[in-house]
Design a protein around this ligand. Structure first.
Ligand code: DGY
Length: 410
């Protein structure tokens, strides 16, 4: 750990313990005399995130270790002076940490993620701390990974790849690695927000699939796009496509050949795919999850995949990350990747920039952008050309933070 941090207001009591704890982690400090102190809990992508914080005269203490920080390590990193934190979805940002952040003079926390189920937003709001996330740069990237997993699972890519590498391919056979044809089938989307919609359009347009979606809200734009594509296909003499909104999850599960999960994780959606609902699905359906692991009861899934070898699954997220439920790893009908749906250079650079801009913006006292298009931040030619705003603060309304649009009209 850098010496600067240890010198910041750490009482002698517990210092030794803190030294021992922090010694296991590798840290680096930028702009050690900066006016504000920001803790960044992981290596990030690109340079813009750092320039954004430095331009706001922040001293940046960044943890370079890949290990997930414990609550005690996070508390320790906050110390007695910390204006903001750029943190991760793997960290438990709860009452205890927000209390510590508040006592250290903190005003803002931002996840480097669009999801924020690891953050107790009410606790942050109670302590007057703004919570940022990074929407608007993950949509296509995550949807593309869901498409990749759909094909990888349905066409058995990982099994076939392993077969080849093991030298088992002795010649073409009509019976080898039979998978699922998607053309003309029914696609089920649970959660038709931004990512779900892009995934739906990519699959429906590419494979002429009919779409059935389940969402609290009607998605008129998605419906219009699918219908317009359907009419075009009809004019061209190709298979038409349709869309309808299911009234229940059950109705969707029974109808769909492919089911992809794009809903948020909360108490109402935890284990939404459970044993009973898996049984409603077609025996050779494909299930994809690039949302959050606990949407699926993973033990029930393992059992279901064992009993139904033609049922295929593509998972980017897991119920108890980084662990997998016992048995999952040895199932040939499941394709697993380590939560990398947003892992493209452009997206991760954008996420890093947005998270830093959330923290820098609130520290500077800027208004809140809160508009869907954040390209003005991520594609800005320089940090100076970025809007003077915090791009996405989820509790802006509760905290009564001023909005950029209102301010610019004044
Ligand atoms: C998110 O942003 O919520 C993803 O899970 C990580 O990219």
């Amino acid at each position: 750990m850098h010496n600067h941090w240890l010198s910041i207001g750490v009482s002698s009591c517990g210092l030794q313990l803190r030294r021992t704890l922090m010694a296991r982690l590798q840290w680096r400090t930028f702009n050690s005399n900066g006016r504000h102190r920001v803790v960044v809990t992981k290596p990030l992508v690109g340079e813009n995130w750092l320039e954004t914080l430095l331009a706001a005269d922040c001293r940046v203490d960044q943890c370079l270790s890949e290990r997930i920080l414990s609550r005690a390590e996070l508390r320790d990193a906050i110390g007695s002076r910390c204006d903001g934190v750029v943190g991760q979805l793997t960290e438990p940002w709860d009452e205890e940490l927000f209390r510590a952040l508040k006592s250290a003079g903190g005003k803002v926390y931002s996840n480097v993620a669009v999801g924020f189920d690891n953050v107790d937003v009410s606790a942050a709001t109670r302590h007057g701390i703004a919570v940022g996330n990074t929407p608007g740069v993950l949509t296509e990237t995550t949807a593309e990974m869901a498409v990749a997993l759909t094909f990888a699972a349905g066409r058995r890519l990982v099994e076939a790849d392993a077969f080849m590498r093991a030298g088992k391919y002795k010649g073409w056979l009509p019976t080898m690695f039979l998978g699922k044809l998607f053309y003309g089938k029914t696609l089920g989307i649970i959660g038709a927000g931004r990512i779900g919609s892009v995934y739906a359009l990519t699959m429906a347009r590419g494979c002429h699939m009919d779409v059935v979606y389940y969402d609290q809200f009607q998605n008129e734009q998605l419906e219009r796009k699918v219908r317009e594509t359907g009419s075009l296909y009809q004019q061209l003499g190709e298979r038409c496509i349709s869309i309808r909104r299911a009234e229940t999850v059950e109705e969707l599960l029974e109808a769909a050949d492919v089911v992809s999960l794009h809903t948020v994780l909360d108490a109402s959606t935890r284990h939404m795919i459970n044993n009973e609902r898996l049984r409603l699905m077609k025996k050779d359906a494909v299930l994809v999850n690039c949302g959050r692991g606990p949407l699926i009861d993973e033990r029930a899934l393992v059992q279901h995949c064992r009993e139904h070898p033609d049922f295929r699954v593509g998972l980017d997220v897991f119920e108890n990350e980084p662990k997998m439920a016992p048995g999952l790893a040895s199932l040939p009908n499941v394709v697993v990747v380590p939560h990398i749906a947003s892992a493209t250079v452009w997206t991760r650079t954008g996420m890093s920039t947005l998270a830093a801009a959330n923290v820098a913006g609130i520290i500077r006292g800027d208004p809140v952008w809160n508009q869907p298009d954040v390209l003005a931040f991520v594609d800005a030619p320089s940090v100076a050309a970025m809007p003077r705003a915090a791009p996405s603060i989820v509790n802006a309304k509760e905290l009564g933070l001023p909005q950029y649009k209102q301010m610019s009209r004044l």
